[in-house]
Design a protein around this ligand. Structure first.
Ligand code: ADP
Length: 398
């Protein structure tokens, strides 16, 4: 019988889960899976750490299982395995910890209601992140739950890096740059010393390029600056989010084009980025395969913005010793990595094209002044580690 930690990453239409077991003072993946199509065609799949299917279920097309149904199914699936696994805690990915949470936190009803206040700051993620916490609180109030925040890693930034040039009457409300993808950056920072100890103690830029995309500048593995700000809509263009735009554009939309706030929210979160520019898809693979000029322009804009942000982050870190690619695009697209590295030659980046194409971890040439890496991220493992630590501290305190 293993004591296991369940890690949940709950989005708008799917809940991804991973189950970790404690072995030799480490947490190790036991199995993982997801319930997807929560409001269209729900499907459940679970695979062990070797990739062998250990559970699958499909609901009728059009059935609305919803988050509640998915959490109920998942807890039932785990209960069926109670001879082998004893659930001791649940760790959750929570996108926004705001001003109140600078580290992973044991969830109480007060914590939950504070986190609900951040829903307007992350409307695409926060409400969905919180649903399973609330449901599990009702179903299993004795089960410890730990919220792990995408914002927490960036709390090490200096005040000047977090500030907007706005009056105090506004910034006093917590209007400042928070940054996101912190669990991903923290994981990379935890493995970078094994890849390149010298760079890890120096100046690093990590590009987390997925559907959501951001970059982070680090000194000695601590966040110094990042491209995302108050919300996860800032910085790079993403799958469907616009990234940085002149705030005057929002005023123009409101005053001249008569958009209301709902239409603006939809535009900047769901209709922009790669999808909006290409008019074809938010999926990088589709765009790279498309002969359409608009698809190519969307990719050009993505690469161009990454290049600009590398320069900006290298200014914040005071130079560059290593560049790391991660996220679905960063891990899988040799073409995007090559184009980004070509644009960063002025910083001393020299790509080893063969290594880049053969998915090696180190993809820079021996003579490159900056080492370049492709490192798969592992936010779930980070959450499991945090959950175990918070649980340990709670037990020690009790
Ligand atoms: P999320 O932010 O939702 O976790 P992912 O990190 O899974 O997203 O990244 C999804 C993105 O990765 C999509 O744009 C997808 O097209 C892209 N991607 C995955 N594999 C490849 C590939 N081989 N080449 C280019 N892009 C890829």
């Amino acid at each position: 019988m293993d004591d296991v930690i369940l890690v949940l990453n709950s989005g708008s239409s799917s809940i991804k889960f991973s189950v970790f077991v404690e072995r030799a003072d480490q947490v190790e993946l036991k199995f993982r899976g997801q319930v997807e199509g929560l409001y269209s065609w729900p499907r459940f799949i679970a695979k062990d750490s070797a990739g062998t299917e250990i559970g699958a279920h499909k609901w009728a097309d059009g059935e609305r299982l919803g988050h509640e149904g998915a959490v109920a199914y998942l807890t039932e699936f785990l209960r069926d395995q109670r001879e082998h696994n004893r659930l001791i805690a649940v760790g959750h990915r929570v996108v926004h910890g705001g001003r109140d949470f600078s580290s992973p936190t044991l969830v109480s009803p007060q914590v939950l209601s504070t986190l609900e206040r951040y829903i307007p700051l992350a409307p695409l993620h926060q409400p969905h992140n919180l649903v399973p916490i609330r449901l599990l609180n009702q179903r299993r109030p004795e089960l410890p739950q730990v919220a792990c925040f995408d914002t927490a890693f960036h709390c090490s930034q200096e005040e000047v890096a977090q500030a907007f040039a706005l009056p105090a009457s506004i910034t006093d409300h917590g209007v400042r740059r928070y940054g996101f993808h912190g669990l991903s950056y923290e994981y990379i920072a935890s493995v970078l010393p094994d890849c390149d100890p010298k760079a890890a103690s120096g100046r690093v830029v990590i590009a987390h390029l997925g559907n959501g995309a951001s970059m982070c500048g680090l000194r000695a593995c601590k966040s110094v600056a990042t491209t995302m700000g108050f919300t996860a809509a800032d910085g790079l263009p993403m799958g469907t989010r616009c990234g940085s735009i002149d705030p005057g554009v929002i005023l123009y939309l409101l005053n001249e084009l008569k958009f209301d706030s709902g239409a603006i929210e939809k535009l900047i979160y769901q209709q922009s980025g790669l999808l909006g520019v290409s008019g074809i898809s938010s999926d990088m693979r589709t765009l790279l395969e498309s002969p359409q000029p608009r698809a190519q322009f969307a990719v050009d804009l993505f690469v161009y913005r990454i290049g600009r942000e590398i320069g900006s982050l290298a200014a914040a870190t005071g130079g560059l010793d290593a560049l790391v690619f991660t996220g679905g695009i960063g891990e899988n697209s040799a073409v995007i990595r090559e184009r980004v590295c070509r644009g960063a030659r002025w910083l001393g980046v020299e790509l080893d094209v063969a290594a880049n194409n053969s998915r090696d971890a180190r993809i820079s040439s021996k003579s490159s002044a900056v080492s370049v890496w492709t490192i798969p991220t592992n936010e779930e493992l980070m959450i499991a580690r945090h959950t175990r630590r918070v649980l340990g501290s709670a037990v020690a305190a009790a």
